[in-house]
Ligand binder design. Sequence first.
Ligand code: HEM
Ligand SMILES: *[C@@H]1O[C@H](CO)[C@@H](O)[C@H](O)[C@H]1NC(C)=O
Length: 338
Amino acid sequence: MRRVFVIVLLHLFAKATAAPVIGRPKTLKPQAKPRVAVLPASAYLSPTYYLKSCPNLEGIIHRKVNAWVKKDYTIAPSIIRLHFHDCAVRGCDASILLNHPGSERAADASKSLRGFALIDEIKAEVERQCPKTVSCADILTAAARDTTVLAGGPFWEVPFGRKDGLVSLAKEANAVPQGHENITSLLSFFDKLGLTFVDLVVLSGSHTIGRSTCASVKQRLFNFKGTGKPDPTLDSKYSNLLKKQCRFDTTYVNLDATTPRTFDVAYYQNLGKKMGLLSTDQLLYSDSRTGSLVTLMATQPEFFSSQFAVSMVKVGNANVLTGKNQGEIRLNCNNVNH
Ligand code: HEM
Ligand SMILES: *[C@@H]1O[C@H](CO)[C@@H](O)[C@H](O)[C@H]1NC(C)=O
């Protein structure tokens, strides 16, 4: 019975999340010109994009990511987050990697992003083997896939062919959700990336690994909405523990309180126990638009895993630059070419 229910749901979600291959205008004017198929930019991406021009690309990325994760496991979630913050602003165009005053990377909201040095090291090796060929945006996207797999998450084919952007503005990075938003504003932010409530719930599941600085949660712990008390939607034992851990803004706490190193559905289960670290995590459970999907995820690890792969491809395709006249292949991920 339960299985049938899940299969039906799977079909519904597959329909809701399948990307159209050919985009059509929403309304056709009465005397429309002969119709030309308008492909979304992401349709120009392909897993075989570098097959001839850089056949070792995925091997290079895989080896570097492996070596770094072996030395420091915490780099895995940080790369996944870095990829999200790239795609969330101006699409997946490596704008987050540009390192100059006033860039996204210099924004307050980007303070705890890390993993830049790993991307730089991959890029240097890729430039040696395939000069002026592979974008930083593609490298970051593939690295996020590899770190997911190393963390115990699913594998998926990465479509390639993104160009690197030329513009990066700190104020745009500050619009990326910080954990204090309501579900309405998260849904509208995701909508602009072509992502649905399913993607919101599923991708928030990456908080099953990784850490947050105490700065992102201190209001919830010490002075919720000016009451001088913790957020009442937080389990009291859990909030007491966090209060002890969070004496400094820069201290890290685990996003998944029970299994912080395992890519599993414990994150969703914890939300049912008032143990979501970020208020946005906890709201996914209590909001009527997302709550039933959270509850479903809590008992369906295979659904979570397979849908995570689907949603990661979607976020990686968000507002990408493709084609001859868009963006460039950056030589160094930190700067635009001159
Ligand atoms: C839905 C809105 C989201 C909000 C409000 C949010 C918020 C946050 C916050 C506040 C942190 C901790 C930052 C700090 O160090 O203080 C964090 C960490 C993280 N986020 Fe999200 N996030 C969201 C969506 C996503 C998505 C879509 C992904 C991946 C596709 C993601 C992946 C991660 C990962 C892996 C970490 C841990 C990073 C690390 O350990 O270095 N998040 N997120
Ligand atoms: C959600 O947050 C936005 C932006 O802060 C605000 O304008 C809106 O009123 C909030 N909506 C609800 C339903 O609380």
